[in-house]
Ligand binder design. Structure first.
Ligand code: CIR
Length: 259
C-alpha cells in the first residue's frame, strides 16, 4: 500500500515563514479547499491518505515534507532549520512510528525534508538556508549503513533543493538550472523548466504520474511533450506561503494500514 501522510492547513498559516516572497493575505478557506483537492488527487492516484489534524499554533505545519525523510528501512525525523517549525516533528514522528523504525537528527544539525532528493540509493541534500553541514553528516551516518550515498549540494536563490529540482520519472529530473548546478546530476535525464516559470521545478511523482501546479502551464506542456503523464493542481494559496506540491505530503510504501 502507498501511504501519503498529510496535515490539515493550520488556521495560523498567515504567520508562516517567508524567505523569498513578500507577505500576502492567504485565504484559509481557499487554501483548505485546494489542499483537499490535492489530497483527493493523491487518493485517485492510489495513495491512502493519512491526514494529521491541524496544528493551530504551528503556521507551516501543513508542509509535512520538511519534518521527515522516509526510506524503505527507516524514517529520519528532521530538525527543521526554522526554529518556529521544530515542534512540527513530534506528531509526524508519532504517525511514522507505525510504519518505520524512527531515527532523529539533533542539534547542531538542521535539515528540512524539502532539501532531500532521493534517486535510488543516491541522496542529494541541499545546503540551503535551512539545512547545514551537520544535518547532512547526521543523515549520512544514519543511512549509509543501509547502502545509501549522501552528497551535499549547493543551492542558490530558492528555499530548498526541491524548489530547484525534483524527480519526475525513475531516472529523470525537472530542474531549474539557475538554482542548482545540473552537473550535480550527471547520468540522469534532465528536463529544464520554462524560464518564464522559475518556481515550476517542484513536481511530485506518484507512481507514473507527475502532480504539477496549474500555475506553470508552459513547463507542464514541456513535460507532456516528453511523454510524462501530468495532473495539475491549483495550490495558489499555499504558494503564497512558499509551499509547493512536494511539501504537502510524505509518501511511502507500507504494509500496515494508517492509524
Ligand atoms: C517555510 O518557509 O518553511 C514554509 N513557509 C514553506 C515550506 C515549504 N516546504 C517545502 O518546500 N518543502
Amino acid at each position: 500500500m502507498r501511504l501519503a501522510l498529510t496535515r490539515a492547513v493550520s488556521p495560523a498559516i498567515a504567520r508562516c515563514e517567508l524567505t523569498h516572497l513578500s507577505r500576502r493575505p492567504i485565504d484559509l478557506r481557499v487554501a483548505e479547499r485546494q489542499h483537499a483537492a490535492y489530497e483527493a488527487l493523491l487518493e485517485e492516484l492510489g495513495c491512502a491518505v493519512e491526514r494529521l489534524p491541524a496544528e493551530p499554533d504551528l503556521p507551516d505545519s501543513v508542509f509535512v515534507e520538511d519534518a521527515a525523510v522516509v526510506l524503505d528501512e527507516l524514517a529520519v525525523v528532521t530538525r527543521p532549520g526554522a526554529p518556529s517549525r521544530r515542534a512540527e516533528t513530534e506528531t509526524v514522528a508519532r504517525a511514522l512510528a507505525a510504519h518505520r523504525p524512527i531515527a532523529s537528527l539533533s542539534a547542531p544539525a538542521t535539515l528540512d525534508g524539502g532539501d532531500v532528493l532521493c534517486v535510488g540509493r543516491r541522496i542529494r541534500v541541499g545546503l540551503s538556508g535551512r539545512t547545514n553541514d551537520a544535518g547532512v553528516e547526521q543523515l549520512r551516518a544514519l543511512v549509509e549503513p543501509h547502502g545509501y550515498q549522501v552528497t551535499g549540494v549547493a543551492v542558490r536563490g530558492c528555499l530548498h533543493l526541491k524548489s530547484a529540482v525534483t524527480r519526475i520519472a525513475p531516472e529523470t529530473l525537472l530542474i531549474h538550472p539557475g538554482w542548482v548546478d545540473p552537473l550535480e546530476f550527471e547520468g540522469l535525464d534532465r528536463i529544464e523548466i520554462d524560464p518564464a516559470e522559475p518556481h515550476a521545478a517542484n513536481a511530485l511523482l506518484v507512481g507514473e504520474t507527475v502532480i504539477h501546479p496549474s500555475a506553470f502551464p508552459r513547463t507542464g506542456e514541456r513535460l507532456a511533450s516528453r511523454g510524462i503523464r501530468v495532473r495539475t493542481v491549483d495550490l495558489s494559496e499555499l504558494a503564497k506561503a512558499e509551499g509547493g506540491v512536494t511539501c504537502c505530503s510524505v509518501i511511502f510504501e507500507t504494509s500496515s494500514s494508517p492509524g
